[in-house]
Ligand binder design. Structure first.
Ligand SMILES: *Cc1c(COP(=O)(O)O)cnc(C)c1O
Length: 363
């Protein structure tokens, strides 16, 4: 037995908390990546129950699934531009809002909308430092023609994405200022910008004054930000798995591939049928190679040698150490000092974004 449990009540509490923080700015629930791994539809359902009527997705297929599943009147914004005509047609069919982030995708969206005798609703993306998607703030002259001449596009919003709201006040204020410069330039040229929005989760929590005309919130709904707890957010999602074998290993016996663990004394072990395949122990990789990131990684590895940080699982109120390497589909834990029986459930921390091969159960 294994499943990933999500407390719906905690998600509701998080949404109420976030709504309060956002004040008058409406929440756009970001449900990319299959609702951050928990499921697009159940997450959308919970959001709707809490009064949220705006969703962000990144795939037209997700917009289609929402529409087909009864989300008929909610606003759906696709958070990436597209230069694929099929995707543009799909967005128009679904009455979803497109992102326009270059002259190319603006021209395509405009052309298809005109050809179909429609007006496409769009938000304009500005790249204030994220380095992906969006007009540069210095390219206002490329943005104005969308407002001025593209009759197939109705711009109802304009946004940028914060890259450092979790770590840098200075960088965030600079991004906000660059974005504001674009808004002022558009207004000066005589056009309504559409609703501006820049905050992601960290942005709303740490810079509530930047909530503007809306906030795009993803990870905070799950309470999965490193500092979410200090804002009263509940972290949701836990894997539960039943122990399916318990035995004693004699002193000197080893455990797992490479025999990385060896019993110093007779050890009672329990096996749970969850491994790295399911996402257990799969940390985010080290993908930046600036000198300072390498130094930080080296220091943390060094500290690890002395701290001997082992992976653990929870059994009732007790913590049990993982023995040896986590297997693809199995994990062995030390229960020498823990009262337990076959079928008892352990709790394991798995990031839902890494989750694979088990049901997600909302309770
Ligand atoms: C993912 C994403 C968000 C939400 O980010 P969180 O930090 O999870 O709240 C907001 N805006 C854009 C453009 C995104 O890609």
């Amino acid at each position: 037995m294994k499943a990933y449990y999500v407390e719906s009540g905690d998600i509701r509490k998080n949404l109420e908390n976030l709504k309060k923080r956002a004040g008058d700015a409406p929440i756009w629930a970001v449900l990319k990546g299959n609702g951050y791994g928990l499921g697009l539809l159940p997450m959308a359902q919970l959001c709707r129950e809490c009064g949220i009527t705006r969703f962000c997705i990144t795939e037209p297929n997700d917009a289609a699934l929402l529409r087909k599943s009864g989300f008929a009147s909610e606003q759906i914004l696709m958070l990436r531009p597209t230069t694929d005509p099929d995707e543009v047609h799909m967005l128009l069919d679904l009455n979803a809002i497109a992102t326009v982030s270059s002259q190319d995708d603006a021209a395509l969206l405009n052309g298809i909308a005109l050809q179909r005798g429609m007006v496409a609703e769009a938000h304009i993306a500005i790249d204030t430092g994220m380095g992906r998607y969006g007009f540069l703030p210095s390219d206002v002259d490329k943005i104005i023609p969308i407002y001025a001449y593209m009759d197939g596009i109705a711009v109802s919003g304009i946004y940028t994405h914060l890259h450092s709201a979790f770590c840098s006040k200075k960088a965030t204020r600079l991004q906000a200022a660059a974005f504001d410069g674009v808004l002022q330039a558009i207004k000066k040229a005589g056009y309504e910008t559409g609703t501006p929005h820049i905050c992601n989760s960290a942005g709303l929590l740490r810079f509530p004054d930047l909530a503007m005309g809306g906030v795009r919130i993803g990870s905070a709904i799950l309470g999965r930000l490193s500092f979410g707890g200090s804002y009263g957010l509940k972290r949701v999602g836990v894997c539960e798995a039943a122990i399916d074998e318990i035995r004693w290993l004699p002193k000197g016996h080893t455990c797992g591939y490479g025999a990385a663990w060896k019993a110093k004394r007779p050890t009672r072990i329990a096996i749970v049928p969850v491994g790295w395949y399911h996402g257990f122990g799969c940390e985010m990789g080290h993908d930046v190679f600036r000198t300072r990131d390498q130094l930080r990684a080296a220091l943390s590895a060094l500290a690890g040698i002395f701290r001997r940080k082992a992976y653990c699982v929870t059994l009732g109120t007790q913590r049990c150490k993982v023995l040896g390497h986590i297997g693809m589909l199995h994990t062995v834990i030390d229960v020498t000092k823990v009262k337990c029986a076959l079928g008892d459930r352990v709790q394991m921390n798995i990031n839902p974004l890494m989750l694979k091969g088990m049901d997600v159960v909302f309770r």
